[in-house]
Design a protein around this ligand. Structure first.
Ligand SMILES: C[S@@+](CC[C@H](N)C(=O)[O-])C[C@H]1O[C@@H](n2cnc3c(N)ncnc32)[C@H](O)[C@@H]1O
Length: 353
């Protein structure tokens, strides 16, 4: 064995301790979110363990240990002089405020989905088969919606739609829009709320997600301007859409080229296809960074198995990169393709026939 370099070893162990701290925090962060421990700290201010327990109807001894772990993680602040714990404004953005793009608490739910998926995905590693979206962790669907929501709230209406050529004007006048692979339909709902003259329909092949979408639509009283229907990306009905949107789902599909061809024939001649995909460079060496690390991990446990369970099984993966995505869109019949917008997490492609 090659000689161990002491400095490199110390560096690597330091990194691993940080990583293990994050991994061991998954259950604790999820409990803090679901029991309202973070939000009670944010809303009512600094608290001792007994005060936080009283505010949240929880047991002081557990809360004390949880707070100690959170303080050691740097996820809450601790004032030794008063014995009180608090959330800094920055920590509140990450753990409490659901409407800002830095709300990362749902990512811990995604981490838990990866663990739930382990037995099936591990078996699939041996056979090369897929694991269907609907057969994965039952938390996957609502977790996905919660995970993507902050980015969509921050960007779809404000940045991404305006970055497309002429689309906002059409939406304002009353365009017809299909949101494919819409999941729980958060993206569809946000667009429908912003453009009251336009008609929106969300399609997804997962019936449970479409049920949830219908629930949101009813809750927000948008009537028949916002509908949700079960349909696969290659089969959804309609041939006169002004805009078709794919939010974080093209790479999950078994046959993305088939889906692209279907989009092409479903659009009006001057229609637009907006494809939102995870941010990625074209080569693995461009993607050796913290954001891609999250996407590759989720892709191994969720996206690749989902695609391999479908026809063709292209398994683009969540880090396909723009060059590979352009090949798919071009093969599907689109000739004018450009990157219209981007964030650290997403790239937004505009494709036109
Ligand atoms: C990562 S989720 C994204 C969901 C939603 N667009 C969002 O951003 O929250 C991927 C979605 O693609 C859907 N999906 C995957 N393959 C599909 C296909 N071939 N046809 C229709 N929907 C599909 C899944 O059911 C799932 O809802």
């Amino acid at each position: 064995m090659a000689e161990v370099d002491e400095a490199r070893l110390q560096d690597f162990l330091g990194k691993m301790l940080g990583d293990l701290g994050g991994a061991m925090s998954v259950a604790l962060v999820r409990m803090g979110s679901s029991m309202g421990l973070y939000s009670a700290l944010e809303k009512d201010g600094p608290a001792t363990p007994a005060e936080l327990a009283a505010r949240t109807g929880t047991a002081e001894r557990y809360v004390r240990e949880w707070l100690s772990a959170q303080a050691a993680s740097g996820y809450v602040a601790y004032d030794a002089a008063t014995g009180r714990f608090s959330l800094t404004p920055e920590q509140a953005l990450v753990f409490v405020d659901e409407d800002n793009p830095f709300f990362l608490a749902p990512a811990f739910d995604v981490a838990s989905v990866l663990l739930d998926n382990q037995p099936q995905v591990q078996a699939a590693f041996r056979t090369g088969s897929g694991v269907a979206w609907g057969d994965q962790s039952t938390c996957l669907f609502c977790t996905t919606a919660r995970f993507f929501r902050p980015g969509y709230v921050a960007h779809i209406v404000q940045d991404w739609l305006p970055a497309l050529d002429g689309v906002v004007a059409k939406l304002e006048q009353g365009a017809k829009v299909a949101d494919i692979g819409c999941g729980h339909g958060i993206s569809t709902l946000l667009m429908a709320q912003a453009f009251p003259n336009a008609q929106f329909v969300g399609f997804d092949f997962h019936a449970g997600s479409i049920e949830a979408g219908r629930g949101h639509a009813q809750e927000h009283g948008l009537g028949d301007r916002l509908r949700f229907e079960v349909a696969a990306a290659k089969e959804y009905p309609g041939q006169d859409y002004d805009l078709v949107t794919f939010f974080d789902c093209l790479h999950d599909m078994g046959d993305p080229v088939g889906a692209a061809r279907h989009v092409r024939q479903s659009l009006k001649p001057d229609g637009t296809w907006m494809i939102v995909e995870p941010m990625a460079g074209d080569r693995l060496e461009d993607n050796l960074n913290p954001v891609s690390r999250l996407f590759y991990s989720a892709s191994t446990m969720i996206c690749v198995p989902t695609s391999l369970a479908q026809e063709v099984g292209a398994a683009l993966g969540a880090q396909a990169g723009e060059r590979r995505l352009r090949e798919v869109l071009t093969e599907g019949g689109f000739s004018r393709i450009r990157r219209a917008a981007e964030t650290p997490f997403n790239m937004i492609l505009e494709a036109r026939p």
